[in-house]
Design a binder for this molecule. Structure first.
Ligand code: SAM
Ligand code: SF4
Length: 357
C-alpha cells in the first residue's frame, strides 16, 4: 500500500490544533489523513441516514423488521457534524445511504449542507429510486455528483415479489427523472440471485446501454439472518461468462474508487461492473468506513466490530473528542472480511439496511 504525498496547504484542517492520529499503530500519519494500522488511507465514508425503507427487499430485510426508535437515530444535525469532522480528517467522498435515504424526513436539509461542506468534493447517493421523481432535481442542485439506483428486475410482478411492496413503474420514472435533472454516469445496482433474476441479466445490461447507464452486478452478501441464500448465490464470474456470450466485454482499467471491476461494451457509454466480495476479495485497497443510522462506526462491512460515535455526540464531547473516537476506530479496522461462500448462515448479524449498503 502506498502512502500518498500530501500537500499540507490543501488540507482542510487546522494544523495548529490538529493532533495526528497515534492509536492505529501506524507511524506514517500525516495531518488530515486517516490511516489504518495497515497503512490504508480512509478517504470515503458511507453514511446511513435511516434504517427505514419503503421497500422490504428479500435479500436485505426480514419480512417483519423492527426499526430503531426515533431517538436512537442520529439527528440530521448529528449526521452533519460527523461528516464535517471526517472531512476535516481528509475524507473527500461521502455516500448517503440507508435504509432508503430519501424517506428520511428533512433529508434535503442535510444533503444541501453536505454538498457545501469544505473538503467534500464527491457527494453521492444510493437509492432504490422510488422517490427520485420528486428528489432528482433538488439533489442535483445540492451538488450530489452521482446516483446509484438499485434495480434487480424489469418485470413488475417480479419487482413486487423481490421488494415485497415496491412499484417498478415509480422506479423507472425515477431513473428517467435523474437523467432529466442532468445526472450522468448513473449506476444501476443489481443483486444476482439464481432462480430469481438470473434470466434477466442480459436484458438489464441492454436496458443500461439503451439509457446510457452503468450497471454493477453484486454478489449477495450474508448479512442478517435470511434463509436460503446459499441456493441463490451466483458469482460475478458466472454472470460475466454469461454476459460475454451476448456482449463484447472489454476490461476497463478505470477505477471508480470502489470495489467494482469494470468492463466496457464497444460502441456504448455504459460500463458493466461486478462487485465480488466472495470471489474477489477487495479488502487490500479498502478506503472506506461506514456509519450506521444509530451512529456506530463500522470500519468493515463484513465484521462485527464497531466504535460508538453516539456517545461522544450526545455526551457533550467537543470536536476533538469526536475526532479522537474516529481516529481510534482505525485501530480496529481489520485486514479484511471473512465472507465465505457458506451462505446458509449469516456471517454478520446486521442487515444491510442497518449498516448502509
Ligand atoms: N435503499 C437503497 C437502495 O436499495 O439502493 C440504499 C440502501 S441498500 C442497503 C444499498 C445496496 O445494498 C442496494 O444496492 C442493495 O441491493 C444492496 N444490498 C442489500 N442487501 C444486500 C445483500 N445481502 N447482499 C448484497 N447486496 C445487498
Ligand atoms: Fe430498502 Fe434498499 Fe434494503 Fe431494498 S435494498 S429493502 S430498497 S434498504
Amino acid at each position: 500500500m502506498q502512502n500518498e504525498t500530501l500537500n499540507p496547504e490543501a488540507l482542510p484542517v487546522d494544523l495548529a490544533t490538529f493532533r495526528p492520529p497515534v492509536s492505529s499503530g501506524n507511524k506514517n500519519h500525516a495531518a488530515g489523513t486517516l490511516l489504518d494500522k495497515y497503512g490504508r488511507r480512509i478517504s470515503y465514508v458511507r453514511l446511513s441516514v435511516t434504517d427505514r425503507c419503503d421497500f422490504r427487499c428479500t435479500y436485505c430485510m426480514a419480512e417483519e423488521m423492527t426499526f430503531l426508535p426515533r431517538d436512537a437515530v442520529m439527528t440530521l444535525e448529528e449526521c452533519l457534524r460527523v461528516a464535517r469532522v471526517f472531512a476535516e480528517l481528509g475524507v473527500n467522498k461521502l455516500r448517503i445511504t440507508g435504509g432508503e435515504p430519501l424517506v428520511r424526513k428533512g433529508i434535503m436539509w442535510l444533503i444541501e449542507r453536505l454538498g457545501a461542506l469544505p473538503g467534500i468534493d464527491n457527494l453521492v447517493l444510493t437509492t432504490n429510486g422510488s422517490q427520485l421523481d420528486r428528489f432528482a432535481a433538488p439533489l442535483k442542485t445540492a451538488r450530489v455528483r452521482r446516483l446509484n439506483i438499485s434495480l434487480d428486475t424489469l418485470k413488475a410482478d417480479r419487482f413486487e415479489k423481490i421488494t415485497r411492496i415496491g412499484d417498478l413503474g415509480k422506479v423507472l420514472h425515477g431513473i428517467e427523472a435523474a437523467g432529466a435533472a442532468g445526472f450522468t454516469r448513473t449506476k444501476l445496482n443489481t443483486v444476482m440471485m439464481r432462480g430469481i433474476n438470473d434470466d434477466e441479466f442480459v436484458d438489464l445490461v441492454r436496458f443500461a446501454v439503451a439509457n446510457t447507464l452503468d450497471i454493477s452486478f453484486i454478489e449477495e452478501m450474508p448479512l442478517g439472518a435470511i434463509h436460503g441464500r446459499h441456493t441463490t448465490y451466483i458469482s460475478s464470474e458466472e454472470t460475466r461468462t454469461l454476459l460475454s456470450r451476448h456482449f463484447e466485454l472489454i476490461p476497463s482499467t478505470e477505477d471508480s474508487g470502489g470495489p467494482a471491476r469494470y468492463w466496457r461494451i464497444p460502441g456504448s457509454e455504459s460500463r458493466v461492473g461486478f462487485i465480488s466480495p466472495h470471489s474477489h476479495n477487495f479488502c487490500d485497497t479498502c478506503n472506506r468506513v461506514r456509519i450506521t443510522a444509530k451512529g456506530e462506526l463500522y470500519p468493515c462491512l463484513g465484521q462485527n466490530d464497531a466504535v460508538n460515535l453516539m456517545q461522544p455526540l450526545r455526551n457533550g464531547a467537543d470536536d476533538s473528542g469526536l475526532r479522537q473516537a474516529i481516529v481510534d476506530s482505525m485501530g480496529i479496522k481489520p485486514l479484511g472480511h471473512d465472507f465465505t461462500q457458506q451462505m446458509d448462515a449469516p456471517q454478520v448479524v446486521r442487515f444491510m439496511s442497518m449498516t448502509g449498503g
